[in-house]
Design a protein around this ligand. Sequence first.
Ligand code: ADP
Length: 228
Amino acid sequence: MLKMSQVSKIYLNGSVALRNVDIEIESGEFVFVVGPSGAGKSTFIKMLFREILPTQGSIEVAGIDILSLEAKEIPYLRRRLGIIFQDYRLLPDRTVYENVAFAMQVIEEPYRKIRRSVMNVLDLVGLRDRATSYPHELSGGEQQRVAIARAIVNNPILVIADEPTGNLDPDTSWEIMKIFQEINDSGTTIIMATHDKDIVDAMDKRVIAIENGSIVRDEKHGGYGYEF
Ligand code: ADP
């Protein structure tokens, strides 16, 4: 599902965010990416959807050499990925339904199929009865659930989440993690960067730890490993 070989990223100001990173992630895995602030986690995550280009190395996502894509092909790559951010990034002037449907309309699906798929994913995240609400009428946890529904409505090959529980309290974070677990149980690969020690320790998934731009630990059933 993901193959990174000898990937390095040096920003224009000279900061080395990643150095000689090799990672392979199989289809169906659930992987946490952990590490101190400034370790290179965001850089790693953003490379997966061509937000950032590495300075050297190669990156394959689902068999696609994503570094050789032309600018016009990048939106197609992103539509095949489900991307979730810490700050939800919903459209404030659209309802819950419209926020999710919007992700499908850009791929021009027929109306009835859109309706069925949107209501299915809203069911999965427990928000069917909030379809006509606007983002500002929802709690943070509910907004993140809308963002997850939007991320999975096109059946992505890979879900990428950057600190998805970073703004949420522990109970709400667990609700979000249950949804991620269900998505993973249905076969979708998940890569999630997080600082949430309790979640990583309890979920017993593969953990990749990055420090100073290098992978310092990669365990099949790992823990968070830091005291913060
Ligand atoms: P993390 O997500 O683990 O906090 P980042 O990937 O954001 O780490 O950052 C890794 C390193 O790269 C840090 O030293 C950071 O200061 C630097 N960095 C991140 N983004 C930029 C940028 N746009 N320009 C210059 N340096 C950057």
